[in-house]
Design a protein around this ligand. Structure first.
Ligand SMILES: [Zn+2]
Ligand SMILES: [Zn+2]
Length: 193
């Protein structure tokens, strides 16, 4: 089982269908036995390409997510869970041929709906991203980390949410900076930059 072939097959299914492939589908696509696929998925998880649940099923393959984390990304024909704020802005760069996509979420503090068309231009607006978990602890529980990388209406809403949840302030980033960094990581994952 070539780990890179397996990784590409996982990304391809996510990109084309919006959902994670099951081990059986991967085995069929790659002409491999199930135990080899399961072993390959574990190897990719150890290298942090994937996150698996305790049954060995794929939860995330950054920036793709099989579980809701507060964002949706809608293309012409396909709908994805968006992962975190960063992942949701990175995703459109991995999805050529989807035309404009819609990235949508809700402010965690006041529940206001927030949405942007992407990804060609930086998104408009004074909203901010808040990254609760500091970078050195990101991988302690990466699903928790991504679930708390959210977009807020303003720094006022970040403050209100921190107070309501009793959380310590993480890192705050404006929308333009988030978009540029996410665009770069998306293009790198797509293999052209
Ligand atoms: Zn708000
Ligand atoms: Zn994330």
């Amino acid at each position: 089982m070539d780990a890179e072939d397996l990784r590409l097959a996982v990304y391809r299914t996510f990109a084309e269908t919006g959902r994670a492939p099951e081990a059986g589908e991967l085995a069929e696509q790659l002409g491999a036995e199930l135990p080899a696929v399961a072993g390959g998925l574990e190897e990719l998880a150890r290298a942090r390409h994937l996150v698996l649940d305790d049954r060995g099923e794929i939860v995330m393959a950054h920036p793709f997510s099989a579980v809701p984390l507060g964002f949706s990304v809608m293309g012409d024909r396909t709908l994805w869970w968006g992962g975190c704020a960063w992942d949701s802005f990175a995703l459109p760069h991995l999805l050529p041929g989807q035309g404009e996509v819609l990235v949508a979420t809700r402010c965690p503090a006041c529940a206001r709906p927030l949405a942007w068309n992407g990804p060609r231009r930086p998104p408009d607006g004074g909203q901010v991203a808040h990254f609760l978990v500091p970078a050195p602890r990101m991988w302690d529980d990466v699903v928790h980390t991504c679930r708390h990388q959210r977009l807020f209406c303003s720094t006022g809403c970040v403050d209100a949410w921190l107070e309501a949840t009793g959380s310590a302030r993480g890192y705050v980033m404006d929308l333009g900076t988030l978009w540029r960094l996410a665009a770069h990581s998306g293009r790198r994952l797509a293999g052209d930059g």
